[in-house]
Each structure stands twice: as structure tokens, then as C-alpha cells.
Design a protein around this ligand. Structure first.
Ligand SMILES: Nc1ncnc2c1ncn2[C@@H]1O[C@H](COP(=O)(O)OP(=O)(O)OP(=O)(O)O)[C@@H](O)[C@H]1O
Ligand SMILES: [Mg+2]
Length: 174
């Protein structure tokens, strides 16, 4: 059996002196979908930040695909296949859909492949390819963020607040 794609063991994290993760254990097996639920302030976003290298754990172990990655930076983890979509989507609102997709080619995936995958998965984005991303609906922007992330073929895709502000039918599609 292969190692879980993500494993947190007794992870503690703090903002300054205030600890907000008090020993998180979490295992995400390969080819699985997992939802992390909890009330406001529970530490979901912080967990995602630690797992994607945007924040360092104070103690405990972070493993990606069986490799100990404590101390790795966000860009190192991104190159290792960890992709995090922040709350608020992280697209470029002043660029068109096409231009946003071109940004995904910095990960060395050819543009043609990025476009093929995207328009296959989200035909709606093809209709909107010349539209400024920031003027699209919330659901369409989320589709673009996911499309751009999937184009890089990540081993682990983490989405913060996938459904925030979106209609249930759009959430179903996503
Ligand atoms: N940059 C920060 N500086 C100081 N404290 C922070 C910071 N970010 C988050 N916190 C605190 O850490 C705790 C966990 O926050 P976090 O954002 O991880 O929660 P969450 O589960 O994502 O909540 P929500 O459902 O509201 O998004 C909260 O008490 C929050 O106030
Ligand atoms: Mg949050």
C-alpha cells in the first residue's frame, strides 16, 4: 500500500504565542476526498496553511506522500504536487480567463494541455475565455481556480471554503 498523500501527526501551530492547533492528527489516503468541518475559528484554514507550507508547525510531523516535509516552503511543496486554493479563490481578477490559464503554464504544463483539460471539465469557461475573471460569477471564478489548479495535475488539492457564497446547484457541479 502506498503512503497517504497527506499525514499530520500531533501538529501544533500558533500565531505568536497563541496556540490554535493543539495536536492535530489527520490522514488523507491517496485518491480520496476528505472534508474538514468545524465552527468558525476551529483552525481549518490554519491546518491547510500548515499542510501547504504557508505556515510552519510549532511541533509535530507533516508528511506528504510519505516524506517528512516540516520546514519546506510553500513553493517547494507546490513543486512536490501540493496545491492550495485559498478562501477568496486566488485568481487574477484583472486578467481574462485565458490569461489566468496561461499562468498555470509556469508549472511547465503546456498551454494546449491546460486549455483542453479546463474546457473539457468546465465548458462554461470556454464561453467566457475572453472575459475578465473578476467580472465572472462566484461559481465561475471558483471553477477557474479549480481548473487552474487541476491543470498542474496536483497530488493533493486543498480548497478552503469551496462552497462559500455559492448556490447549492453550483456546489454540486464543483
Ligand atoms: N493571522 C492570524 N493572526 C492571529 N490569529 C489568527 C490568525 N489567523 C487565524 N487566527 C486565529 O486562529 C484561530 C483559528 O483560525 P482559522 O482561520 O484557522 O479558523 P477556521 O476554522 O478556518 O475558521 P473559519 O470557519 O471562520 O474560516 C482563530 O482563533 C483565529 O482568530
Ligand atoms: Mg477558515
Amino acid at each position: 500500500m502506498s503512503a497517504p498523500v497527506l499525514e499530520l501527526r500531533d501538529v501544533h501551530a500558533a500565531y505568536g504565542r497563541i496556540e490554535v492547533l493543539h495536536g492535530v492528527d489527520l490522514v488523507v489516503p491517496e485518491r480520496s476526498v476528505m472534508a474538514l468541518l468545524g465552527p468558525n475559528g476551529a483552525g481549518k484554514t490554519t491546518t491547510l496553511k500548515v499542510a501547504s507550507g504557508q505556515m510552519q508547525a510549532k511541533s509535530g510531523c507533516v508528511h506528504v506522500a510519505g516524506r517528512h516535509v516540516n520546514g519546506a516552503t510553500a513553493d517547494e511543496l507546490a513543486r512536490a504536487g501540493v496545491c492550495a486554493i485559498p478562501e477568496g479563490r486566488g485568481i487574477f481578477p484583472n486578467l481574462t480567463v485565458d490569461e489566468n490559464l496561461r499562468m498555470a503554464t509556469y508549472s511547465k504544463v503546456p498551454l494546449q494541455q491546460v486549455e483542453e483539460r479546463t474546457f473539457d471539465q468546465f465548458p462554461r469557461l470556454k464561453e467566457r475565455r475572453n472575459q475578465l475573471a473578476g467580472t465572472m460569477s462566484g461559481g465561475e471564478q471558483q471553477m477557474l481556480a479549480i481548473a487552474r489548479a487541476l491543470a498542474t495535475d496536483p497530488a493533493l488539492l486543498m480548497l478552503d471554503e469551496l462552497s462559500l457564497g455559492l448556490a447549492p446547484i453550483i456546489v454540486g457541479e464543483l
